[in-house]
Design a protein around this ligand. Structure first.
Ligand code: ATP
Length: 322
């Protein structure tokens, strides 16, 4: 469905030092540098997969997504999406994909949302029947009824994102590329978009590649992740495997009947939080079960839970080691 082999995308950019002298000099001589935004990246994504694409700022995520849609031409390497070479931008290809960018507005600003959707209908040449059935489904799933008559320019960010998603899905694309779809939204707004994407993909089986700085988006939607840093792919696999490979520790959350002296914990692990009788201990992953058993035998435990550290911490560790 999506096949990427040794993809590289380099940008040649004009370099100018700050200051007036440098400005004057650049009028005569222009220095250029090459930005290696993406370097030898390979992966394949199968039909119906929902994959998270993670990386710090400037890692190369958006550049990769733009290569997948044909908005950017690769410097080298192979990209095939739905059997098409994206940079050819063939109508048969464009009718089957969608790219939604959280920080970009693609809807006509001055039109009511309903008319902005009509523009997309015309653009994609959708027949009345399929258009209305897709629109009805999206209006229902995204709760758009109260927004249809409002001008796009007056919508809140969360409302606009819901409309952006609807507009992007009216032609029922097989491949959906989501670049920071929850950027800047509050917790409710993020939850609404996540719930929608999950429901939509369950119903329609679309293939999704999703970038987000909110780990909640990725943990809620994707079981597989690609991690990119400095333009290079660092990890491709299950989120659970990433956690296991990069987190040598697990957390034991213990509630005791009564508090005990802090020195008690030295025998069991490293205390990361303590609040009276509630303690969080960090223990080596391989020893988790044995430590839990020793704790239960030695102390009066009301409750004990075993958790992995927050995925954010693990991703940070991946980037730090990279
Ligand atoms: N048109 C361009 N011209 C020059 N450099 C570019 C261009 N587009 C991207 N870059 C550079 O390529 C690198 C990767 O950028 P990209 O936008 O793909 O990163 P990203 O992972 O999406 O980051 P973020 O999470 O901040 O959106 C960055 O160093 C960026 O400055």
């Amino acid at each position: 469905m999506i096949e990427v082999g040794d993809l590289a995308k380099h940008f040649r950019v004009h370099r100018r030092d700050p200051g007036l002298r440098a400005s004057m000099r650049s009028l005569i001589r222009r220095d250029h540098v090459t930005v290696r935004a993406v370097e030898q990246v390979s992966f394949t994504i199968g039909e119906g997969e929902v994959v998270g694409f993670l990386g710090p700022n400037g890692a190369g995520k958006t550049t990769t997504l733009k290569c997948l849609t044909g908005l950017l031409h690769p410097t080298s390497g192979e990209v095939r999406v739905l059997g098409h070479i994206p940079q050819r931008r063939e109508p048969a290809f464009l009718r089957r994909i969608s790219l939604v960018m959280g920080q970009r507005n693609s809807l006509f600003w001055d039109l009511p949302a309903a008319d902005a959707f009509e523009v997309n209908r015309a653009m994609y040449g959708l027949a009345e029947g399929p258009y209305h059935s897709a629109l009805d489904e999206l209006v229902h799933l995204l709760d758009l009824e109260p927004l249809l008559a409002k001008q796009v320019r007056v919508l809140s960010l969360g409302e606009r994102m819901r409309c952006e998603l609807a507009a992007a899905l009216l032609h029922r694309p097989d491949v959906l590329l989501l670049d920071e779809p929850t950027l800047g939204l509050d917790v409710n707004g993020q939850a609404a978009i996540r719930a929608f994407v999950r429901e939509y993909t369950d119903r329609n089986g679309a293939t999704v590649l999703l970038t987000s700085h909110y780990m909640g988006d990725v943990t809620a939607l994707a079981s597989r992740v690609l991690v990119i840093d400095g333009g290079t792919l660092r990890f491709d696999g299950d989120l659970a495997a990433l956690v296991e490979a990069h987190s040598p520790h697990r957390l034991l959350r213990i509630t005791l009947r009564e508090p005990v002296p802090v020195s008690t914990w030295v025998d069991f692990g490293t205390v990361t939080e303590i609040d009276g009788a509630m303690v969080t201990l960090q223990v080596p992953r391989a020893e988790t079960a044995a430590v839990a058993a020793r704790l239960l035998a030695a102390l009066t435990v009301d409750d004990v839970g075993i958790e992995d550290p927050p995925v954010e911490d693990i991703i940070r560790a991946v980037f730090t080691h990279a």
